[in-house]
Design a protein around this ligand. Sequence first.
Ligand code: TMP
Length: 213
Amino acid sequence: MGRLITFEGIEGCGKTTQAALAGEYLQRLRIPFVLTEEPGGTPFGKRIREILLTKTLSEPAAKAELLLFAADRAQHVKEVIEPALEKGKAVLCDRFIDATVAYQGFGRGLDIGLIKTLNAFSTGSLRPDLTLLFDLPVETALMRVRARRSNKGLDAVDDRFEGEEAAFHRKVREGYLRAAAEEPHRFRIIDASREISQIQSEVEGHLAKLLAI
Ligand code: TMP
């Protein structure tokens, strides 16, 4: 069986950049891997992602949002993650079960016990072997998100989660840190306020240890 490695953190924490660099690292070492993301790691999930992230006049209820993330994940595990693990590949996944605990549980205030049950249902109880939590202060992260948007020439925020207030992101960060404290053997908390290259070497160290490189 391959190993499942998840990349987690609030918006602007740099996890997507680090997941891509981790993919390049495994590629250099000729270690078979799949780089994927949630929501949207399958064609079906891409349609769900669009619904979940696009701001519209008819906003989904928090419970509807939760169930859509669960649906995306069930499809993703069956179609992408499990087959890759069965082939012995490493799976680098940009967000997974902990995002739902942090965003829908801590952020939206839905019942954490129910979310954990739903996570187990949608994944068939599959859990990551390693979770890298990219942690940094909300203010720094939101400044990065704003800079990214203006670099792309975008000013109006059309992403439902990026448009949330700082208080929401603080609750999400708190949720991630609590999850990490509950399972210290699975999580590594990475100081994401540093330079990309410093973070990259730390990530490579964790991967090397897990994959016995
Ligand atoms: P991304 O910014 O990493 O592409 O993720 C898309 C957004 O979806 C991000 O704002 C976090 C949110 N999200 C949840 O709220 N719950 C979840 O379970 C997942 C996977 C993502």
